[in-house]
Ligand binder design. Structure first.
Ligand code: FEO
Ligand code: CA
Ligand code: CA
Length: 550
């Protein structure tokens, strides 16, 4: 991406070319200053791919005739992370080319493994008998920063990438674990050209994903590290707070229906200096999972082998087992099943933590958990935001409150101001404004009782009064996800993901995806006749150059 080939509008770039270009479907991003607020690195995740838009001939995942090795490579290289140097000069912001920092990390980049799972039998494979080196990172949804200046990327829906057609020879416990993680026949065809994604043959390969990965954005030759002490689940994002003694807490949601909210607390204190070497703080500490009591109190339950129910008698072998199967450990400890925990953000001045629960159509359905005080609606179509109040980031007890129920009054919503549905991205900036980004799925967008919300959007919220104002609205079919600001709050970047995904309303009118006209819903942002839409980063500044949202 430093001096890479240009993007071709007909999607005819090869796999090798894709490796030198930004990936597809941008999700969260962060800004790292290189000198001041006018020069730095944008580091962003590329969550997943849409084959019909990525490949010039449509490239359906399951077509034996047209699914080539180059397509697999192109798909793998369109995943991962981009590091992009940006600089502001008299003509505004530009990408610096060439750049000594520019980098792509993909689904094939070698990464080391640290923490209790490194080197254990759970992640050993034919290609990596020592369990010490994993190729690639997948489904990089949202992210976080460490206080010491590195980037944390989160592996979310890693369960969709494997071929599991034959269960012959797969250990029964492994099969059970796959069920708990929703590992089913994936819709990607990678296994056809890259055998490690055939989980029937390499049944530990799925255990090598679902982690938080630390990357040093300032050093393009640094090797990313999978930090296993933070547990394995569908990590949405990660946010930190520093405790009184300098120990660091990292909060992370597991985005699936009835999953949990976690917090890792480092054993050791951070000394306040920068550098990748502090990553060891992510290797030693305790992972906790949240229980929300109906009286507004809560407890962080430790996921420590030998503590509580996490014993041999209950089927746990060691700490690595607890972390690889964190969902099962959390079930066993009595964590509270939530309405799809998406982003977590921490307030810069208080120890308050905000967590978006995007929706849960199954809440209260037969055989599923009933509503409770922290998830107060059956069939939670519109979602809500929960606030945790902690005395200190390292506290084990907390208080909590439902900060807002999304939707309008007819939905029993409690928004004070402009209405929205399905909160997903959350970020409290350095002055304390809570930014909320929405992700109404394309199948619901502008239909029935979602019509009143319009397209997905981003809102500015006062965390003390709850006052909510709409800040921007995206093009049709997109979700708004990812926001970064410079420290002076004068520049903001926002990611627009999967613009033009065909919404249900257009499907009903007979507009369909096809290879030659891959997505008729939109051609944003290039606006070429019959052109393909593509995810893009929007740069926002004020006309007078002032502080955004002031
Ligand atoms: Fe990738 Fe849960 O959003
Ligand atoms: Ca999300
Ligand atoms: Ca979402």
């Amino acid at each position: 991406i430093s001096d890479g080939p240009a993007f071709k509008m007909d999607a005819s770039n090869t796999g090798h070319e894709q490796l030198q270009q930004a990936g597809m479907h941008h999700d969260a991003l962060q800004f790292y200053s290189l000198s001041d607020d006018d020069h730095g690195l944008l580091v962003m995740n590329h969550e997943y791919i849409d084959a019909q838009i990525l490949h010039s001939d449509g490239g359906f995942f399951d077509s034996n005739e047209t699914y080539t090795v180059d397509k697999t490579l192109k798909e793998q290289y369109a995943h991962g992370i981009s590091v992009i140097e940006v600089k502001k000069s008299d003509d505004g912001w530009n990408i610096v080319r060439p750049s000594v920092y520019a980098r792509r990390i993909t689904a094939t980049t070698p990464m080391s493994v640290s923490g209790p799972v490194a080197g254990t039998k759970y992640i050993q494979t034919t290609a990596d008998p020592l369990g010490k080196e994993i190729l690639g990172t997948l489904n990089n949804c949202s992210n976080g920063k460490t206080p010491w200046g590195t980037y944390l990327t989160c592996e979310e829906n890693f369960n969709d990438y494997f071929d599991v057609t034959s269960l012959e020879g797969v250990d029964k416990n492994q099969q059970k674990a796959w069920q708990r993680y929703g590992i089913k026949q994936g819709y990607y065809g990678w296994y056809k050209n890259d055998e490690r994604f055939n989980a029937s043959l390499h049944s530990n390969e799925p255990n090598r994903f679902g982690w938080i990965v630390e990357v040093d954005p300032f050093n393009p030759s640094s090797k990313p590290v999978k930090r296993t002490a933070l547990g394995r689940f569908s990590h949405e994002n990660v946010a930190h707070n520093i405790g009184k003694e300098g120990r660091v807490a990292f909060y992370s949601g597991d985005d699936a229906k009835f999953e949990y909210v976690y917090k890792f607390i480092s054993d050791k204190a951070w000394d306040g200096t920068q550098g990748l070497h502090h990553g060891q703080l992510l290797d030693e500490g305790i992972l906790y999972v949240a229980r929300f009591n109906d009286d507004g109190s809560g407890t962080w339950l430790p996921l420590e082998f030998g503590q509580g129910s996490l014993t041999k008698e209950n089927g746990f072998n060691d700490q690595a087992d607890v972390l690889v199967h964190a969902r099962k450990a959390a079930d066993s400890m009595g964590a509270t099943a939530m309405d799809r925990p998406e982003w977590v953000t921490t307030h810069p001045d208080t120890s308050d933590v905000f967590i978006s629960m995007t929706n849960n159509s199954k809440r209260g359905k037969e055989g599923k958990p009933d509503k409770n005080a922290a998830n107060p609606r059956h069939n939670n179509k519109f979602g809500h935001i929960v606030k945790l109040i902690e005395e200190d980031a390292t506290s084990i007890a907390f208080a909590w409150d439902v900060f807002v129920l999304a939707g309008d009054e007819t939905d029993q919503g409690t928004i004070n101001g402009d209405i929205y549905a399905n909160p997903d991205g959350l970020m409290i900036d350095d002055r304390g404004v809570l930014w909320v980004q929405t992700d109404v799925s394309s199948s619901k967008l502008n239909t029935d009782d979602f019509a009143k919300f319009g397209n997905n959007q981003m809102l500015a919220v006062d965390p003390s009064s709850g006052e909510t104002r709409r800040f921007l609205t995206g093009p049709i079919g997109c979700e708004i996800t990812g926001v970064a600001m410079t420290a002076d709050l004068k520049t903001m970047w926002v990611n627009i993901q999967h613009p033009g995904e065909v919404p249900e309303r257009l499907k009903q009118q007979g507009v369909k995806k096809s290879a030659s006209k891959p997505n008729a819903a939109s051609n944003w942002p290039d606006h070429q006749l019959n052109g393909r839409p593509r995810s893009a980063t929007v740069l926002i500044t004020k006309k007078d150059g002032g502080i955004i949202g002031d």
